[in-house]
Design a binder for this molecule. Structure first.
Ligand code: NDP
Length: 446
């Protein structure tokens, strides 16, 4: 490791003990930024990177609620307000039993760079709870979210901090959160994004992250005079991002052959077509069932407890969770012919897997660039809320595509090496850093 990165990281680690995902996310960025900062001493003297690695504010709170049996339950609530140099804090809420401070800080940190890359005026934040919506009744989810918002509402607002969805927080949860905020504040404002279309939501928001990750893959492929057409694609997860990545990849002529969840992976060599995708959407979004049921319905293979990375593909779209591709998985993917990876999920590849991608010079779009479509359309939802004027599906989709093209161009600008190889990791990190760093310089030591 570069001794400058080592020294920087030892400081970050000692100040944030045990937060391993946060260390991982900061180190990946530091490896790109520290050499860049050395060449641009104005950022060094103002200690911009050191400041970016420290959240502006961390809010921790108790979330008590009554389950259907009348028993008291207690969860942890969090909001990380990471950086507001270029706009109000913006980033999703995650409800999942694995949620802890380190995971949310890694997500908030990534969000700062991602939001900057979109070119929209949004700072970075993230929040959530260790609450597990799985197996809970609608009533219990409502009770919990109302209690969560009863504390969170005093910290957020349309010009302060605008949360959205993430794992375990979809349309149902955003609805309950918005209802409670409105009741407490007596205000109908764009304080959350991912809202229902009848009450301030934007068309294309549910689709945006998945669509965007495929648009980004298409841009990467274009640099090699290639496209998604005819490609075999593996997708992990079967939630929001996975579903719409599959829809768009299929629309562009690719064949998606896998879905997964925390139980295992299904492999459908004939491809997940429109009708099969509709089945998955009903299964996951309404019945809240397991992906195994797909294998039973369509008589395809199901690999219990496995992820999709052993299956042969040209393009992989990891769309489930962090650290879901190990070094071994990365080697297997490439040995099986995969040469394009576009990350719908946040930090799905471990650092050693990223080294393998870069070493083999495949097309690798890291999450902070490839999945920025979601927050970009959240930004467009905020614009529409401020104007009180909804845009058409076509208008939003066109802007989303243009934003993904612009993010790709930024990565090319800051990530192209002397031999012509595009290192999208450096491209996204440096491209995202510059705007935030300049804003921080202009605003003084705050
Ligand atoms: P959902 O909750 O809709 O879906 C998550 C999917 O991933 C489910 O299939 C879930 O399976 C699976 N999954 C979650 N945790 C694990 C785990 N620990 N091991 C195996 N599988 C797991 O979430 P989203 O689709 O919204 O989010 C997916 C990823 O995309 C996350 O990394 C998120 O941060 C990222 N992302 C999402 C954005 C958005 O707009 N929604 C924006 C940018 C990034 P199961 O049901 O069994 O838990």
């Amino acid at each position: 490791m570069d001794p400058r990165v080592e020294q920087f990281m030892s400081n970050v680690i000692s100040k944030n003990l045990g937060e391993v995902e946060f260390h991982q996310a900061v180190q990946e960025v530091a490896e790109s930024i520290i050499p860049f900062v050395e060449e641009n001493p104005k950022y060094k003297h103002a200690k911009i990177l050191e400041r970016i690695a420290e959240p502006e504010r961390v809010i921790l709170f108790r979330v008590p609620w009554l389950d259907d049996k009348g028993e008291v339950q207690i969860n942890k609530g969090y909001r990380i307000e990471m950086n507001s140099a270029i706009g109000p804090y913006k980033g999703g809420l995650r409800f999942h039993p694995t949620v802890n401070l380190g995971i949310l800080k890694f997500l908030a940190f990534e969000q700062v760079f991602k939001n900057s890359l979109t070119t929209l005026p949004m700072g970075g934040g993230k929040g959530g709870s260790d609450f597990d919506p799985k197996g809970k009744s609608d009533n219990e989810v409502m009770k919990f979210t109302q209690s969560f918002m009863t504390e969170l509402f005093r910290h957020i607002g349309p010009n302060t901090d605008v949360p959205a969805g993430d794992i375990g927080v979809g349309g149902r949860e955003i609805g309950f959160l918005f209802g409670q905020y409105k009741r407490l504040r007596n205000e109908f404002t764009g304080v959350l994004t991912g809202k229902g279309i009848e009450w301030g939501g934007s068309l294309i928001r549910p689709e945006a992250t998945g669509y965007g990750s495929v648009y980004f893959a298409e841009e990467m492929l274009k640099t090699r005079n290639d496209s998604m057409k005819g490609k075999i694609v593996t997708v992990s997860g079967s939630g929001n991002v996975a579903q719409y990545a599959t829809e768009k990849a299929t629309e562009l002529g690719a064949k998606v052959v896998t879905f997964s969840d925390s139980g295992g992976t299904i492999y459908d060599p004939n491809g997940i077509d429109k009708d099969k995708l509709a089945f998955v959407m009903e299964l996951k979004n309404i019945k809240r069932g397991r992906i195994k049921e797909y294998a039973e319905k369509y008589s395809v293979e199901y690999f219990e407890g496995e992820r999709p990375w052993n299956i042969k593909c040209d393009v992989a779209l990891p769309s489930a969770t962090q650290n879901e591709i190990t070094e071994e998985d990365a080697k297997t993917l490439i040995a099986n012919g995969c040469y394009c990876i576009s990350e719908g999920a946040n930090m799905p590849s471990v650092p050693e897997a990223i080294e393998v991608y870069l070493d083999k010079k495949i097309l690798y779009g890291p999450g902070k660039a490839a999945n920025a479509g979601g927050v970009a359309v959240s930004g467009l939802e905020m614009t529409q809320n401020s104007m009180r004027l909804p845009w058409s599906r076509e208008q939003v989709d066109e802007r989303l595509q243009q934003i993904m093209i612009n993010i790709h161009e930024t990565c090319v600008k800051f990530g192209t090496k002397d031999d012509g190889f595009i290192n999208y990791v450096d491209g996204a990190n440096i491209g995202g850093f510059v705007k935030v760093a300049d804003a921080m310089l202009a605003q003084g030591v705050v």
